[in-house]
Design a protein around this ligand. Structure first.
Ligand code: PEP
Ligand code: MG
Length: 570
């Protein structure tokens, strides 16, 4: 049997299932036998203990996991939440019941907000369970810890669990809930865990079931046949060999260079990215540095942060994105409007332009950090939709001392006018995540429309081709910095459509580097033509797969020794 879901990364894992234990039951509604003050004391001690435990787990985990766990600890310490608990205790409820209800009310509020906030509801549920367990004197719900390796199956994982997974034992992860942007997905990607999220039928898996998790194809195979297991083992070995292959610059089989760059949110991941062969940074998401800031960071604070990143890449390109605030990444100091459709609202360059002093300060800080370091700094604006906006941003960046200024192509209007856009901009970088969202009119944060969020769609590919053609005509670089660049086969198609560099999460670099090396530029163009001629995302992927197999067969024939070269037999 095959269960479908959303695969994270390209991994494959084979193993036996262990399920996360079921959540604790809802605390009873029966009235408390203690005074509200005594219950209040119990509740505040439990909330503080859970917050301290989450902070402690965060320190142990480090990296992105630490940010997530600290955010959860802050949920436990939220003063509005504790006020709500106190109000409920005054009605004679137990601490268990009052905290449970207060968290549930908080959760409903997040879900009603939708998008990114709704995806944080799982984080809140986890804190609630931990507090109720603490009050009941039970162990915190969490990952099982058997003696043997296993594939963890859960409804969804709380960040606290994902962060501390023992990667020696957890061969893979399957969740029935969660979308491609849930924390489970983000952390799985960062830790290179073979993972599938949103696998609705995973509920049917029970402890001891043997399964294959094939993230590359978005499928879980239950009761695999010996042939399926042999195939999976071969793919696991191939992938391990790729990860250990020597790191070299990205290039096609005919030597055409395709620089492979890293997507980074802060300097902490830079050393690892370089180790994995990143030839620079293709997308530095600066807004990630300031997600928690209530006020705009000063020029000096920004200069310090940018210098830290640039210092890691002497002589290499670092493409810095101006703050992309709004929609899934709201910044308190840039977005204050209450918008019905924030993805279509005052986000990205529109928000920066509405607070031009903040944009000027950011560009000034970047120009100063550029002057202090050896990196080759490029700057680009997010969410640009007109030629006029392009001219505005590029002129301002040049005026403030940044030599190379470009735009992200994330909105179809910009791709459609790429020939005019690239007359103004020094380069373009295609953000396929948003370009897909806006082309297919499907909110990228919403699980119910996740199947539309597929960059293989020929409508998206045609827009990429338009930008690629404009770049080639005008001699301007066209990079790709959305998740699409991390798909090894799609990466070849994107190069065939005219992309001149690819930027991705560092964990994807080895797979993409290996894939590119199999095809010449002519063959990449053949793959692209095959995908473009399809009428949907699935058929585009299939057509490119067939063209890829043919290209590999042709190359194998060409490299076979001719009879004249064969050694004479005795
Ligand atoms: C994109 O939209 O493809 C992109 C790279 O930007 P982000 O994912 O940060 O919106
Ligand atoms: Mg984007």
């Amino acid at each position: 049997m095959e269960l479908r879901g959303i695969g994270i990364g390209q991994g494959v894992a084979v193993g036996t299932v262990m399920r996360m234990p079921d959540p604790l039951p809802e605390p009873a509604v029966s009235p408390s036998l203690l005074t509200p003050d005594a219950e209040g004391d119990r509740a505040s001690k439990a909330l503080a203990a859970v917050a301290a435990d989450l902070m402690h787990r965060g320190e142990r985990a480090g990296g992105a996991a630490q940010d997530v766990l600290e955010a959860q600890a802050m949920m436990a310490e939220d003063p509005t939440l504790s006020d709500d608990v106190t109000t409920r205790l005054a009605e004679g409820k137990t601490a268990e019941r009052a905290t449970f209800e207060a968290f549930a009310a908080f959760r409903d509020m997040l879900v009603a907000m939708g998008g990114y906030m709704a995806e944080r509801a799982t984080d809140l549920d986890d804190v609630s369970q931990r507090v109720v367990a603490q009050l009941a004197g039970l162990p915190a719900p969490g990952v099982p810890d058997p003696e043997h390796p296993f594939i963890l199956v859960a409804r969804d994982l709380a960040p606290a669990d994902t962060a501390l997974l023992d990667l020696e034992k957890v061969l893979g992860l399957v969740t029935s809930d969660g979308g491609p942007t849930s924390h489970t997905a983000i952390l799985a990607r960062e830790k290179s865990i073979v993972a599938m999220v949103g696998t609705a039928d995973a509920r049917r898996l029970v402890d001891g079931d043997e399964i294959i998790v094939d993230a590359a194809n978005g499928v879980v195979i239950t009761s695999p046949t010996p042939a399926q297991k042999t195939d999976a083992a071969a793919r696991i070995a191939e992938r391990a060999a790729r990860a250990n292959a020597p790191v070299r610059p990205g290039a096609l089989a005919d030597g055409t260079p395709v620089p492979l760059l890293a997507n980074l949110g802060n300097a902490d991941g830079a050393a690892k990215a370089v180790e994995l062969g990143a030839e620079g940074v293709g997308l530095f998401r600066t807004e990630f540095l300031f997600l928690a800031a209530a006020n705009a960071p000063t020029v000096t604070q920004q200069q310090d942060q940018y210098r830290r990143m640039l210092k890691e890449f002497p002589g290499k390109k670092v493409v810095v994105r101006a703050l992309d605030a709004g929609a899934d990444k709201p910044l308190a100091f840039l977005n204050d409007a209450d918008e019905e459709n924030p993805a279509l609202g005052l986000r990205g360059l529109r928000a920066l332009r509405a607070s031009e002093d903040i944009l000027r300060e950011q560009l000034t800080a970047l120009a100063r950090a550029d002057a202090e370091t050896e990196a080759e700094v490029w700057v680009m604006a997010p969410m640009v939709s007109t030629v006029e906006e392009t001219r505005y941003f590029v002129t301002l960046a040049h005026e403030l001392g940044l030599k190379t200024a470009g735009v992200m192509v994330e909105v179809p209007s910009l791709a459609l006018l790429a020939d005019r856009v690239l007359q103004q901009a020094d380069f373009a970088s295609i953000g396929t995540n948003d370009l897909t969202q806006y082309t297919l009119a499907a909110d990228r944060m919403l699980g119910s429309v996740a199947h539309f969020q597929d960059p293989w769609h020929p409508a998206v590919l045609r827009l990429v081709a338009d930008v690629g053609a404009a770049g080639a005509d005008l001699g301007k670089p066209v990079g790709i910095c959305g998740e699409a660049a991390a798909d090894p086969l799609l990466a070849v198609v994107l190069v065939g459509l005219g992309a001149t560099s690819l930027s991705m999460s560092p964990s994807a670099l080895a797979d993409v580097r290996e894939s590119l090396a199999h095809y010449t530029l002519e063959q990449a163009k053949d793959l692209a033509a095959a995908a473009l001629a399809a009428d949907g995302a699935a058929s585009a992927r299939e057509a490119a797969t067939v063209a890829a197999e043919q290209a590999r067969r042709e190359s194998a024939i060409e490299t076979e020794p001719s009879p004249a070269d064969a050694p004479a037999s005795a």
